[in-house]
Design a protein around this ligand. Structure first.
Ligand code: HEM
Ligand SMILES: Cc1cc2nc3c(=O)[nH]c(=O)nc-3n(C[C@H](O)[C@H](O)[C@H](O)COP(=O)(O)O)c2cc1C
Length: 502
C-alpha cells in the first residue's frame, strides 16, 4: 500500500480533487462529496487535511469500508507524518466549548447523589458538548409533543389496592420471549459517541449487568459488529431498522444484523423525513459565533435558500424509504428475515390495528421521543430544550395506549405493545403496564446517563427505575407484572397538567 507525504495530500484541497486523512489513512472522497449524508461542505473544510477529530465522534469505524470503493482508499500517511499529525492533535488549541465540558466533567457529582433520572439529565446538560446536547435534547417545531409526552402521564392516577401481600415483588417480564429484569428496554437512539467516546458499548455493558435489553440504532456511532462484540455471549440485543429506499441495501443491513445475532427488528416508520429541530440546526452557528466572537449580519448577495435545514437529524435519514406501506413493506421484511418484527412509531389506534392485521409481532407506540421536557427550568424549556422529535402535535404515546385499551383491547391479545417517550419515573412505567403495555422504552435517558458517567451511568438509572417500579407496584397492590390491571389506573380530566413541575 502506498504512503503519502502531508505536502502531497495537501494539494488535493478542493471540490475538483478532495483527499482527507482519517486515522492516518488517506482517502480520495472527490466523488463521494455529493453523496455524503452530512453534505459536501463539512468534508471540504478538511480537504487535503487530517479529518480524524471531526470524523471520529459521528461515524462508525466501518462507514469508510461500507461506503467508499477500494480505489478510494489510497494508502497511508508516511510514518513521520503520522507522528506529526499525532503531535498536532495533542497540541491543538481547545475550543471554548471543549474547555467548558472538561471543567463540567471535573465538577460532576458522585453517582450516590443522583436520585432520579432528572438529576442525571441535569448533569448531562452540563457535561455534554453544545452539539451533542442540541442533537440529543432537541425536538420538532415548538416542541409541544415533546413536552406533552411526559406531561400526559400526569393525567393518569392510580386506584391503588391495599391489604394485598406484596412482601415479595418481582418486576421482571419477557419481551418477545426474552427475559428482562424490569419492563424497560433501551430505545434505539443514534450517535452515542457524541456524548462519550465509548458510545453505544456503555449501554450494552450496563444493560447486561442490569438484565435489560438494548435496541441498537441503525445510526449507531459504533459498528453493529463492535456493539455485538461488547455483548455477553447470551446477551439479547434488538436492532432498530431504518429501511433504505434501495431494497437491496436494506436487505444487506438486515442480513448483517441477523448474522451478527441481533434477535428482533424494530422497523421505524415515523421518521421518513426529519422533523424540524431548530436547536440542532442552530448548533453549528452558535459554536462558530462563540469561537470567533463575532455574529454574522445579513449580506444581500447571499441567496435566500443557502441554508442546510436538515441538521444532524436530517442527514441521518435522507437515504430512507419514504414509500413504505403495510401491503408492500411488511411482507417484504417477512420474506427476508425470520426475526420477530416490531413496528416502531405507531401513533394512533387505526395503525395499531393495521399492524396487528399485517401480522407483526409487536408495536412500539412512539413519536420518536417527544421527550419529556428536559427537567430543567421552565425558562430553559421554552428557550430550547423541550420537544416530539418528528411530528409536533403527534399524540403522547400514553394517550394512544389508553385509547387502544378503550377502543380496541383485542390488539393486546394479537401482539405485544410497548410505548416510549417522556418516561422518567417508575410510576410512568407502572401506569403503562396497567394499561396493557408489555414494556416501555427510554431513549434520551440512556444517552444522557452514558454521556455523563459511561457504563456506570447506565447501571445507575436502571437501578433507580427498578427501585421506583418495585415501590409503585407494591403500593398499587401488585406482586408481579401480571397483577397490574387497567382498573388500577384512571384517566382524569379535572387535573391541570402537572408534569414537568421542575
Ligand atoms: C470520508 C470522510 C468523511 C469525512 C471527513 C466526514 C466528515 C463529516 C463531518 C465533518 C460531518 C458533520 C459533523 C457536524 O455537523 O458537526 C459529517 C456528518 C455525517 N457524515 Fe460524514 N464524513 C466522512 C465520511 C462519511 C461516510 C463514509 C458516511 C457514511 C455514509 C458518512 C455519514 C455521515 C452522516 C450520516 C453525517 C450526519 C451526522 C451529523 O451531521 O452529525 N460520512 N461527516
Ligand atoms: C438523540 C436521539 C436519537 C434518536 N435516534 C433514533 C434512531 O436512530 N432511530 C429510531 O428509531 N429512533 C431514534 N430516536 C427515538 C428513540 O428511539 C425513542 O423513540 C425516543 O427517544 C423515546 O423518547 P424519550 O427520549 O423521551 O425516552 C432517537 C431519539 C433521540 C433523543
Amino acid at each position: 500500500m502506498r504512503s503519502y507525504k502531508l505536502q502531497d495530500i495537501a494539494k488535493h484541497d478542493s471540490e475538483r480533487s478532495c483527499w482527507v486523512i482519517i486515522h492516518n489513512k488517506v482517502y480520495d472522497v472527490t466523488d463521494f462529496l455529493h453523496e455524503h449524508p452530512g453534505g459536501a461542505s463539512v468534508i471540504l473544510k478538511y480537504a487535503g487535511k487530517d479529518a480524524t477529530l471531526a470524523y471520529e465522534p459521528i461515524h462508525p469505524p466501518d462507514a469508510l469500508d461500507k461506503h467508499l470503493s477500494p480505489s478510494q482508499h489510497l494508502g497511508n500517511v508516511e510514518a513521520d507524518a503520522a507522528q506529526a499529525l499525532e503531535e498536532e492533535r495533542q497540541s491543538r488549541r481547545k475550543t471554548k466549548d471543549e474547555i467548558r465540558t472538561e471543567e463540567a466533567h471535573k465538577r460532576k457529582p458522585p453517582l450516590s447523589r443522583i436520585l432520579s433520572l432528572a438529576d442525571m439529565e441535569k448533569v448531562a446538560s452540563q457535561v455534554l458538548s453544545h452539539k451533542a446536547w442540541a442533537y440529543y435534547s432537541s425536538a420538532a417545531d415548538e416542541e409541544i409533543t415533546h413536552l406533552e409526552n411526559a406531561r400526559a402521564f400526569s393525567r393518569f392516577f392510580f386506584r391503588a389496592r391495599v391489604m394485598r401481600p406484596v412482601g415479595e415483588c418481582d418486576p421482571s417480564t419477557t419481551i418477545l420471549g426474552y427475559q428482562s429484569a424490569i419492563p424497560v428496554f433501551v430505545s434505539g437512539a443514534a450517535l452515542a459517541k457524541l456524548g462519550h467516546p465509548k458510545g453505544e458499548v456503555n449501554i450494552t455493558r450496563g444493560a447486561w449487568k442490569e438484565g435489560i435489553i438494548q435496541m441498537v440504532s441503525s445510526n449507531a456511532s459504533l459498528s453493529y459488529t463492535e456493539i455485538m462484540a461488547a455483548a455477553a455471549p447470551s446477551q439479547v440485543l434488538f436492532f432498530q431498522l431504518y429501511k433504505n429506499k434501495d431494497d437491496s441495501v436494506a436487505v444487506e443491513r438486515v442480513r448483517e444484523v441477523e448474522r451478527l445475532g441481533y434477535r428482533a427488528i424494530f422497523l421505524t416508520v415515523d421518521a421518513i423525513v426529519a422533523g424540524n429541530r431548530e436547536a440542532d440546526i442552530r448548533s453549528p452557528w452558535t459554536l462558530e459565533d462563540q469561537e470567533s466572537g463575532t455574529i454574522p449580519v445579513w449580506d444581500e448577495n447571499v441567496p435566500v435558500d443557502e441554508v442546510n435545514l436538515g441538521g444532524t437529524a436530517g442527514a441521518l435519514v435522507n437515504r430512507d424509504d419514504k414509500d413504505m406501506t403495510w401491503e408492500k413493506t411488511i411482507p417484504w421484511l417477512r420474506s427476508i428475515t425470520k426475526l420477530p418484527i416490531v413496528i416502531k412509531g405507531i401513533q394512533c389506534v387505526e395503525d395499531a390495528v393495521a399492524a396487528a392485521d399485517a401480522g407483526v409481532d409487536g408495536i412500539l407506540l412512539s413519536n420518536h421521543g417527544g421527550n419529556s421536557t428536559s427537567m430543567l427550568s421552565s425558562v430553559a424549556r421554552f428557550n430550547q430544550d423541550i420537544a416530539g422529535r418528528q411530528l409536533d402535535y403527534s399524540l403522547p404515546p400514553i394517550e394512544v395506549l389508553h385509547r387502544i385499551r378503550l377502543e380496541r383491547p383485542d390488539v393486546f391479545d394479537r401482539l405485544e405493545v410497548y410505548i416510549d417517550g417522556g418516561i422518567y419515573r417508575g410510576t410512568d412505567v407502572v401506569k403503562a403496564l396497567c394499561l396493557g403495555a408489555r414494556a416501555v422504552g427510554l431513549g434520551r435517558a440512556f444517552l444522557y446517563a452514558q454521556s455523563a458517567y459511561g457504563e456506570a451511568g447506565v447501571i445507575k438509572i436502571t437501578q433507580l427505575l427498578k427501585r421506583e417500579i418495585v415501590t409503585a407496584m407494591r403500593l398499587v397492590g401488585a406482586r408481579n407484572v401480571a397483577e397490574l390491571k387497567s382498573e388500577m389506573v384512571e384517566r382524569v380530566d379535572w387535573q391541570p397538567l402537572l408534569r414537568p413541575k421542575l
